[in-house]
Write a protein that binds this ligand. Structure first.
Ligand code: SF4
Length: 376
């Protein structure tokens, strides 16, 4: 399994909590696609001819692309890489960009077969807190229009733990999601990263701080409601009906290979991990130099082990000691077994043969449990 990620960094405004690499200026907007096409050409051998099962247009805001630009990018990928006929092709979209006409045109004129819509909340008060451009009515409209246009593989993002989001409002968000019959939900706790606007506004007492206990209550409601509606909790922040798991994100979680193109995009081909410069001006210089500016790191065995433990524990496939034994050897298996026992005894981790998965109680402490299992 291999995938290609394209990072479209443009956004209309910066959301307060966002720490992705994005730009508000449209200065490079016109020439950007041509630079992406060049980078794709230059890196066509990175995945060693593996079949491409997924293409993901992420950002930033890829829904700012015109239909012609989407077609240009996907056609270029198909001309350079062996793309599987049934490849999952996802477009991330913000509710304020997609008019009914645009959605219908994307459906009719491009090979995009999955939409990921950044709803975050259906309540305007929460959207204001997050500094999103769209409002709740636009979020509802875009989902209705996407379904009407014939997209059946849709996912939306919902954020919980927003200080303005009461439990009642959170349940309403979830009820609306279920009412649409959409097969996939990505739901994240609001985290206040350093260097974000939200971090500084909270520090200056201009915004309410996140209440950890409220976040936990929201997460518990999320688990209860998604389970009640027949969704599989297949990754800590992702819920899907059978057959609608995100194939692209599963590549990341299952250690598959991927090429990332565009400023700040990451790539991994089994031996090294590399990432493009997170700077638009430097990225655009590629036009003249013909060489992408990137940094590269070769992971140590301990780092590879830590990464496997962290990502696999977050999934329903779990962490497998047979895999650890085969890939890392008996020292690592012993280390893992020694350190996981406490969590099994505390019923935070479930052991089934050689596979360890988080229980619902453990999911609340996923990062802490993984960190306790790390090697350094
Ligand atoms: S739209 Fe998405 S990528 Fe852009 S600023 Fe908001 S959260 Fe960040």
């Amino acid at each position: 399994m291999a995938g290609i990620y394209i990072h479209i960094p443009f956004c209309k405004q910066k959301c307060h909590y966002c720490n992705f690499y994005t730009v508000i200026s449209q200065k490079y907007r016109h020439d950007f696609i041509h630079v992406l096409l060049k980078e794709l050409e230059q890196r066509k051998d990175y995945l060693g001819g593996q079949p491409i099962n997924t293409i993901y247009l992420g950002g930033g805001t890829p829904s700012l692309l015109s239909v012609n630009e989407i077609v240009l990018l996907v056609d270029k990928i198909k001309s350079l890489f062996p793309v599987n006929e049934k490849a999952e092709i996802t477009l991330e979209a913000n509710p304020d960009d997609l008019t009914r006409e645009k959605i219908e045109s994307v459906k009719k004129n491009t090979p995009v077969n999955r939409l990921s819509i950044g709803v975050q909340s259906f309540h305007n008060e929460d959207l204001d807190y997050l500094n999103r451009v769209h409002d709740g009515a636009q979020a509802i409209k875009v989902i209705e229009n996407s379904l009407h246009a014939g997209f059946n593989n849709i996912t939306i993002d919902l954020i919980y733990g927003i200080p303005t989001l009461t439990e009642e409002k959170w349940l309403k968000n979830l009820a609306l999601f279920f009412a649409f019959g959409i097969p996939h939900l990505s739901s994240y706790a609001l985290t206040v990263e350093k260097k974000t606007v939200l971090h500084s506004l909270i520090a200056k007492n201009r915004m309410s701080a996140v209440d950890e206990e409220q976040t936990v209550r929201h997460f518990e409601l999320l688990l209860k409601e998604t389970n009640k509606h027949g969704f599989n909790h297949y990754e800590i922040s992702n819920f899907a009906r059978e057959g609608f798991y995100s194939k692209h994100n599963s590549i990341y979680w299952l250690g598959g290979h991927y090429l990332g193109v565009g400023p700040s995009a990451h790539s991994f081909n089994g031996s090294s991990r590399q990432w493009n410069v997170a700077n638009m001006k430097q990225y655009m210089a590629f036009e003249q130099t013909g060489t992408a500016i990137l940094e590269k790191e070769v992971l140590t065995k301990d780092q590879q082990f830590n990464e496997y433990v962290m990502t696999s524990l977050r999934t329903s496939w779990g962490c497998d000691t047979e895999h650890i034994e085969n890939v890392f050897g008996s020292n690592y298996t012993r280390h893992f077994k020694e350190h996981i026992t406490t969590f099994v005894n505390e019923s935070r981790v479930l052991k089934n043969g050689s596979v360890y998965t988080l229980t619902n109680a453990g999911k609340l402490f996923a990062d802490g449990i993984a960190a306790a299992l790390f090697r350094s």
